[in-house]
Design a protein around this ligand. Structure first.
Ligand SMILES: [Zn+2]
Length: 382
């Protein structure tokens, strides 16, 4: 065989993958900046169009960017749904300050590189690799790019669930974990807003007439935080508190926002019921609670274990061992697909660390195995 025949054989090239990822992270796309996210959507749309996929772009609403759907023109029946989000948590300008794009040894830094532009790009590259090799997937593949996952996918949840019902598998390109690990279970996520109404009064002249909403909230916070139970896998965090109008005024109102994580639907229901029925502790105050679960628990069932088994067999082809992480507290769009009973494999993106942090990075050495895994899953799932 002549030398150049081998050179022309399409291969998974980590340098080429990295260049593509760097292009994507160069387009900063914070969830709340619809225009910026749509520039990213334009980029991805153009790349999938060039691969010959059928595209559908659903206009954004409520201040968020567009949803992009790209589907292979081949294959019939229920196929593979690939989920990725194009938004990041980092505000515009992060790339010029704390997260300049740079490589230090095996680590490559940049805003949203780990969560999860590397993962989205890997999925694109994996399909492109198969096409370049003249291969088709056995099943049709739909790529769904989400504009606002980092704020809980409020405008795309319905579309994700609708798409999931029409597919046999879901592959979620969220960041890989702790070495060669993927995600097969995630806690459910709940959000609650507690509003306390007290009675305002002058803190000096009429102290006894006041009913402090802040004092009541302080008591409620102790009670709410007390529901964290690591043994049962329940965590509660009062993450935001706002109250009062002045230091010499007894506060008439106080609002707190709470994050809840639960391992299964039964506990989700128990905790939701508990929150929505919070009673006042002190006299003459009112407590109102709004909210509920915004991501259902994602539990590892038989279908998910089988899908993991297939991924593990693929990893063995390149001499590597693939494992899954124990139940993780972080939610993703995989929660929606898994809760509908669609075998869902998550955490298929690049390995790295520092999601949402100023040291966010991927490991260059994970690009080849992760792309191989994605390409072979697309190729072999049936
Ligand atoms: Zn993510």
């Amino acid at each position: 065989m002549p030398d150049n025949a081998l050179k022309n054989e399409p291969r998974i090239d980590p340098q080429e993958i990295l260049e593509g990822i760097v292009e994507w992270i160069g387009i900063e796309s914070p969830s709340h900046d619809a225009q910026a996210v749509n520039v990213m959507v334009d980029k991805v749309e153009g790349q999938f169009r060039a691969l010959g996929l059928s595209l559908q772009r659903i206009p954004g609403r409520d201040g968020f960017g567009d949803i992009l759907e790209a589907r292979t023109p081949w294959g019939e029946g229920k196929g593979i749904l690939v989920l990725a989000h194009l938004d990041t948590v980092h505000p515009i300008g992060t790339i010029e300050k704390e997260l300049r794009v740079r490589q230090e040894g095996d680590s490559v830094f940049g805003p949203g590189i780990y969560d999860m532009k590397a993962g989205g790009y890997i999925a694109y590259y994996a399909l492109r690799h198969l096409i370049r090799k003249g291969k088709k997937t056995k099943l049709p593949v739909t790529f769904l790019f989400i504009p606002e996952e980092e704020v809980g996918s409020p405008t795309s949840r319905a579309r994700i669930e609708e798409a999931a019902r029409g597919h046999k598998y879901a592959l979620v390109m969220e960041p890989g974990r702790d070495g060669d690990r993927v995600v097969t279970a995630r806690k459910g996520v709940g959000r609650f807003i507690v509003t306390v109404k007290g009675r305002a009064a002058h803190a000096g002249a009429k102290h006894e007439d006041g009913r402090s909403a802040i004092l009541e909230m302080a008591r409620q916070i102790v009670r709410i935080e007390g529901r964290t139970d690591y043994n049962r896998g329940i965590t509660v965090n009062v993450g935001l508190v706002k109250g009062g109008t002045g230091v010499n005024v007894i506060a008439a109102e106080c609002v707190a926002e709470i994050d809840l994580r639960v391992p299964d639907p039964r506990i989700a229901e128990e905790m939701t019921h508990w929150f929505l029925n919070l009673e006042p502790i002190g006299p003459d105050v009112e407590v109102h609670v709004e909210g509920g679960m915004n991501r259902p628990p994602y539990q590892k069932d038989g279908g998910i274990a089988d899908l993991l088994g297939k991924a593990q067999a693929i990893y063995r082809e390149i001499g590597k061992e693939l494992l899954d992480v124990p139940l993780t507290g972080g939610g993703s769009d995989g929660n929606f697909t898994a809760a509908l009973g669609i075998p869902t494999l998550d955490g298929l993106g690049a390995d790295g660390k520092g999601a949402h942090a100023a040291y966010e990075q991927i490991y260059y050495s994970s690009l080849m195995p992760r792309t191989y895994l994605c390409a072979r899953l697309l190729e072999t799932l049936e």
